[in-house]
Design a protein around this ligand. Structure first.
Ligand code: NAP
Length: 284
């Protein structure tokens, strides 16, 4: 089993749990071993490892930077998945590719279904949508898992940024008019292994996040309270905090098909957050 993005949040979580799956041989690849912007490198990897599963956890994830670094973002997120999907078909490997809630425009008011119309607001979202489409076009057996608001004890994310800022400053401002559901990357890693363990028999697009619907402001306050910090958290609007890339105002994902097809029931966001914070405290 090949895993790209070895040093990312999801890659690190998969690396952490992989010893619990002794039935599989894992090969974790970082950017130096497999550059997703260099498709000419791909076939040699398939030839060398002949994987049964390919988890594409690597991606260009700098959402704001993607507005200007368009070519690289498209190469990694839009073009590479199609090429990997083709090779997976040729070599008989099952591709599990990770995508994003940012394929939606956020005008919805009910959780987004996997087959609902997409309309990305930013270039990152466009590249990820292109990656989904090309992977499925080249290999209809692909499993795409869209996720959202990912955090982990590893890598860079909102939770770790909040913990740092809250311990440095008396108060911080956080956007309160964007709603979604966070995803503990550990839970996503476990869900992926669960899908594989169940034979990865169902294909197409699935959604995974933890359960709930909150704003970034709600998330920040929960992080503060669970971490026992005292920093004041002020609610601001998206208009108060302009960013190069627009974000959807609402991007809660409906996970019903994952529950139905694979029996995977994500846990509540607070329970997962508490576990991650406890883990971070033990690491400190
Ligand atoms: N983070 C979120 O909030 C979020 C939300 C929705 C969906 N997702 C999706 O979830 C998946 C996992 O995201 P994550 O949060 O784990 O991302 P992450 O922590 O940013 O990790 C991404 C990984 O991809 C690697 N990478 C970037 N460019 C590469 C290239 N050209 N060749 C090879 N590797 C490359 C990075 O390598 P380096 O370590 O060398 O930089 C990093 O290890 C991605 O598909 C992402 O689009 C994430």
């Amino acid at each position: 089993m090949i895993v790209t993005g070895k040093n990312g949040q999801l890659g690190s979580e998969l690396l952490d749990i992989h010893m619990s799956y002794p039935g599989y041989k894992f090969v974790f690849l970082d950017r130096n071993q497999l550059d997703l912007a260099k498709p000419e490198q791909f076939e040699a990897i398939f030839e060398q490892y002949k994987p049964a599963f390919f988890i594409n956890a690597g991606a260009y994830t700098a959402v704001d930077k993607a507005e200007t670094e368009k070519e690289l973002a498209m190469a990694v997120n839009g073009i590479a998945p199609g090429k990997i999907a083709t090779l997976c078909r040729e070599y008989g490997a099952k591709l599990i590719h990770i995508s994003t809630d940012y394929v939606f425009d956020g005008n919805g008011t009910a959780p987004y279904m996997p087959d609902q119309a997409t309309h990305p607001l930013n270039y990152y979202g466009q590249t990820k949508l292109k990656g989904e489409e090309s992977a499925l076009a080249h290999n209809p057996g692909t499993i795409i898992i869209r996720t959202a608001w990912v955090y982990s004890a590893y890598g860079h994310n909102f939770v770790k940024t909040m913990l740092r800022l809250m311990s440095e400053r008396p108060s911080i401002n956080v956007v309160g008019d964007q709603y979604g559901a966070p995803t503990y990357a550990r839970d996503l890693a476990l869900a992926i292994m669960d899908i594989i363990g169940k034979g990865a028999a169902h294909q197409g697009i699935y959604h995974f996040s933890n359960e709930g619907k909150i704003s970034w402001y709600d998330f920040a306050r929960a992080i503060r309270d669970l971490a026992g910090l005292t920093c004041a958290v002020n609610e601001i609007t998206t208009a108060d905090f302009p960013t190069p890339a627009k974000r959807p105002a609402y991007s809660v994902l409906d996970k019903g098909s994952l529950i139905r097809d694979y029996g995977i029931q994500p846990r509540d966001w607070q329970v997962a957050l508490k576990e991650c914070l406890g883990y971070l405290q033990r690491l400190a």
